[in-house]
Design a protein around this ligand. Sequence first.
Ligand code: PAF
Length: 282
Amino acid sequence: MQTVTSLDPLRSALEALRRDGTLALVPTMGALHEGHLALVRAARDRARHVIVSIFVNPRQFGVNEDLSRYPRQLERDSALLAAEGVSLLWAPSVEAMYPTGYGTEISVAGVSEGLCGAARPGHFDGVATVVAKLFNQVRPDTALFGEKDWQQLAVIRRMARDLDLVAPAADAIIGVATVREVDGLALSSRNAYLSPEQRAQAAALPREMDRAIAALRSGAEQAVVLAGLVGGLIAAGFASVDYAELREAESLAPATPLAAVPTRLFVAARIGGTRLIDNKPV
Ligand code: PAF
């Protein structure tokens, strides 16, 4: 596996790989876990070469968020990726990604509003901007993202469609199912922040979501079910709930269980200083 940290060597390395076959990109912020490795394995099934980027993107963190303490473990991540048969690790510095005087930002209306867009102002502008840059830098045939960040996936697909991106086209942006611990907690790099007690309490998130989904499916009133979900999380030890909402799966418009299109339940909740998100089909 080659590791590249600046743009010129990236371009020549990619030229050589592209001559040999198709490229799949897995963008990450590192601190890799089994969820990321599932993306890498799915990428391997779709392309001759897998490129993984590791870049903790400052533009997607708010002022009071965890940029400085976000886990950085490049050596360990690099060994994991090499063992998975990744062809190239793209690990630019902040200066390589955003040179002095950088001034362009991409903002995606609609799908980036509400849910995490409301709770984390500017977050999806930062995500769209860095992902557009990664797409331009790598020009992959396909790109893979985790469904745990469902709204992020929707934002990226909308951006690709709106900007007529050809590499990858919107339909070549693949969502990969969330990987979960045995107790149902979705894997996330932020789970590393949880104390053992908080980690045990965090299992209430998928459990209360499953309970709410079963109630919605059996016809219980939506407002009552969602209030019960919030109450259940607080009782289990969560400090607060940013949102617990039912949305259309594709447009992310507010939904009811009777919607004619697929719907999903989206929740973001805080335990100690850690914010966890999850979503599941209703
Ligand atoms: O999901 C992530 O890890 C990040 O938001 C992404 C897509 C790599 C952009 O920085």
